[in-house]
Design a protein around this ligand. Structure first.
Ligand code: URA
Length: 425
């Protein structure tokens, strides 16, 4: 069935509901270049302003999946489970989590992205390991999943091509922040990847896409329902992203912190979230009795990490890049750290060179921010709060202005807050 794009746009502009046939047609025609970018931009804006019904979101997601291939992981002789985070500051959890879950007998097919703006990207972090390569073809992806049980790599071009085109368009037309479009974008890729179970880490707070709990809950609900409708056992945790995760924000520094976690140490919040997500993944994959804390403590997760890095050409023993220049910011007064603002620290790390402004920009492996204090820690005037790292000292000024108000100090310790806020299934 053929439609006129302008009629589809008008229907949504006026608050109507798009028919299944109209959705199938417009997604397919846009992927093939029959619907022009300016028409899809207008439709995306109408969707952002008018919203979509659950049935429209489900059909839109199915059409995006159908725009490309759906991977068949039946050659893998174990259950599979993946995790997706909506993105945050210092969110390196995929790095320790993927080998940890693999070490507990569940294969993890993790297709990841690069950072854009203030949030980091898993592939950028792993590329700070000498020799490591992000691109695998489908046969290599499935072979590594079978042999090692853990893969973190870039999504191939054949997976949800409609989303690749639409996401680039949304990025430059102010239409990223529409819950139906975010949910269908994320879930089309995860469903097409072929995972049996999926755990969503939906971030809430200053460093997250979703600043309010209500929006985060709506996004989580929409994604869980989409996954379930497509036969993927899907669970979501809502987790706090008002404070950076761990102490390290950047690329190589986050790999170093992840390896500390795999060695049985690392910051308490990173360990807590890694274990919480691992338990959810193991449970959703039908292995509720597996003990991820034991696999961290006895070195099995570290062994899986080393095998995973080696399988993609990386040297797990190689020294990681370090920054040529550092600048330490100290406390102006005695007291307790009451807040470390994730968004401000994320922008500072980005300005130091850890992130990119445009998709084609390179990132610096060595740049980033290392926190010396987290909320609740006591501090004395003159003691270090955080350290900026970069190869280019001209970047300090912009990073310092971004981070100027990031750390708050109060006379009394703050009331502790929960890292895992809610769970939806
Ligand atoms: N990540 C995605 O893959 N898609 C979105 O729309 C937003 C975040």
């Amino acid at each position: 069935m053929t439609f006129a794009a302008v009629d589809v746009i008008r229907t949504k502009r006026d608050g109507g509901v798009l028919s299944d046939a109209a959705i199938d047609w417009v997604v397919d025609a846009y992927t093939k270049g029959v619907v022009a970018d300016e028409q899809m931009s207008a439709l995306a804006m109408a969707i952002l302003l008018r919203g979509m019904t659950p049935a429209e979101i489900a059909r839109w997601t199915a059409a995006m999946i159908a725009s490309g291939e759906r991977l068949d992981l039946s050659a893998v002789d174990r259950p599979t489970a993946d995790k997706h985070s909506t993105g945050g500051v210092g969110d390196k959890i995929t790095l320790p989590l993927t080998p940890l879950v693999a070490a507990c007998g569940v294969a993890v097919p993790q297709l990841s992205g690069r950072g854009l703006g203030h949030t980091g990207g898993t592939l950028d972090k792993l590329e700070s390991i000498p020799g490591w390569r992000a691109r695998l073809d489908n046969a290599e992806f499935i072979a590594q999943l079978r042999d090692v049980g853990a893969v973190i790599c870039a999504a191939g071009d054949g997976l949800a091509p409609a989303d690749r085109k639409l996401y680039a368009l949304r990025d430059v037309t102010g239409t990223v922040e529409a819950i139906p479009l975010i949910a269908s974008s994320i879930m089309s890729k995860k469903i097409a990847e072929g995972t049996g179970a999926l755990v969503l880490d939906v971030k809430v707070g200053s460093g997250a896409f979703m600043k309010s709990l209500d929006d985060a809950r709506e996004l989580a609900r929409t994604m869980v329902d989409l996954g379930t409708a497509h036969g993927v056992r899907t669970v979501a945790l809502l987790t706090d992203m008002s404070t950076p995760l761990g102490l390290a924000v950047g690329n190589a520094v986050e790999v170093t912190e992840s390896v500390e976690v795999l060695a049985g140490g690392g910051p308490a919040d990173v360990v807590e979230l890694t274990l919480a997500l691992a338990r959810e993944m193991l449970d959703a994959a039908g292995r509720p009795d597996a003990d991820p804390a034991a696999a961290l403590a006895d070195g099995r997760a570290m062994d899986a990490w080393r095998s995973m890095v080696r399988a993609q050409g990386g040297d797990p023993d190689a020294a990681l890049p370090t920054a040529r220049e550092t600048h330490t910011v100290t406390a102006a007064a005695d007291g307790f750290v009451s807040a470390v603002d994730a968004y401000a620290i994320g922008i500072a790390a980005w300005r130091l060179g850890a992130g990119r402004a445009r998709k084609e920009d390179p990132v610096s492996a060595a740049a980033g921010v290392v926190l010396h204090r987290k909320p609740g820690d006591p501090v004395r005037a003159g003691e270090p709060l955080y350290e900026l790292r970069t190869d280019d000292p001209n970047r300090f000024e912009a990073a310092l202005s971004a981070a100027a108000e990031a750390v708050s100090i109060s006379a009394e310790p703050p009331v502790p807050t929960a890292l895992v806020i809610d769970r939806l299934a």
